[in-house]
Design a binder for this molecule. Structure first.
Ligand SMILES: C[S@@+](CC[C@H](N)C(=O)[O-])C[C@H]1O[C@@H](n2cnc3c(N)ncnc32)[C@H](O)[C@@H]1O
Length: 220
C-alpha cells in the first residue's frame, strides 16, 4: 500500500488520541510484557524503536540495566518523557529517531524491541539490517506485529480509503511467514514465535530473533 500521508506528521497529530486510547487486548498485552521481561537480562542495554508514548518502555525498564526508547514522532516522545517522573524510572531515556536511523555505535545493544511497528515501515529490509547492526553478537530482536494479510480481507479496501482521508498512515500487508522471511534475510535466526492474544484468532505474531554469535565468513 502506498502512503498518502507524511507519517511523522500523522503520528504527531495522533499522539494525544493514542495516549488516551485504552489497550485493546490487555491480556495479550500483559502476556507480551511478561514474556519479554523473562527474556531480557537485568543488566541488558535495550533499544526500543517506535515506542509511542512510552507505556511499554516504562513497564520493562525495571527489568533491565538501561533502556533507550525512540520514536519518529516528537509528540509521542514528549508524552513519554512526561510520564518518567511518575513512573519513577531512572534508567530510561527517550529520544526522537526513525527506527532505521537510530544514532549511536554499532553492536551497542543486548536487545532491540519493536512492538506494533514493523507493518508501518515501508523500508523494512534496510531498517531490519540497521537494527541488526545495532545488536551485539548473540543479541535479540523482539517484535510483535499485526500481520494484515491474516486479517479480514475487507481491511485491504478500508485502509487506502482511510489513507486518502488522512486517517491512516502507511501500512504493509504481509503474513507471519513473510515477516519471518524478511527478518531472517536481515541476518537473524528466529528462535521463538508465539501468539499472545486472548482471542481465538490473533493476527499479531510475537517473534524473538537472534543475531548469530559467530559473524565470521563461512568457507565454501
Ligand atoms: C501503533 S504505534 C505503537 C506504539 C507502541 N510501540 C505500542 O505498542 O503501543 C506506532 C508507533 O510507531 C511510530 N513510528 C512510525 N513509523 C516509525 C518509524 N519509521 N520509525 C520509528 N517510529 C515510527 C509512530 O510514531 C507510533 O508512535
Amino acid at each position: 500500500m502506498v502512503s498518502t500521508t507524511d507519517d511523522t506528521q500523522f503520528w504527531d497529530k495522533a499522539a494525544r488520541k493514542y495516549a488516551a486510547a485504552p489497550i485493546k487486548d490487555t491480556i495479550g498485552y500483559e502476556r507480551t510484557i511478561e514474556r519479554t521481561r523473562e527474556i531480557l537480562g537485568a543488566t541488558d542495554t535495550v533499544l526500543e524503536v517506535g515506542c509511542g508514548t512510552g507505556t511499554t518502555a516504562l513497564k520493562l525498564a525495571p527489568a533491565v540495566g538501561r533502556l533507550i526508547a525512540t520514536d519518529v514522532s516528537s509528540e509521542m516522545i514528549a508524552i513519554a518523557r512526561g510520564k518518567v517522573a511518575t513512573a519513577g524510572c531512572t534508567n530510561v531515556d527517550f529520544a526522537v529517531a526513525a527506527a532505521g536511523d537510530v544514532p549511536g555505535p554499532d553492536a551497542a545493544y543486548n536487545a532491540v524491541l519493536a512492538f506494533n511497528l514493523l507493518h508501518l515501515i515501508p523500508a523494512r529490509p534496510s531498517t531490519l539490517s540497521s537494527l541488526h547492526r545495532r545488536l551485539k553478537p548473540g543479541g535479540l530482536f523482539i517484535s510483535k506485529t499485526p500481520c494484515l494479510s491474516e486479517m479480514n480481507p475487507l481491511i485491504r479496501y478500508a485502509i487506502p480509503i482511510a489513507q486518502f482521508a488522512g486517517k491512516a498512515p502507511y501500512v504493509s500487508c504481509f503474513s507471519a511467514a513473510e515477516l519471518e522471511g524478511e527478518i531472517e534475510a536481515a541476518g537473524f535466526t528466529i528462535i521463538e514465535r508465539a501468539r499472545h492474544g486472548s482471542t481465538r484468532k490473533d493476527a499479531r505474531i510475537f517473534l524473538v530473533a537472534q543475531k548469530p554469535t559467530d559473524q565470521s565468513p563461512k568457507r565454501g
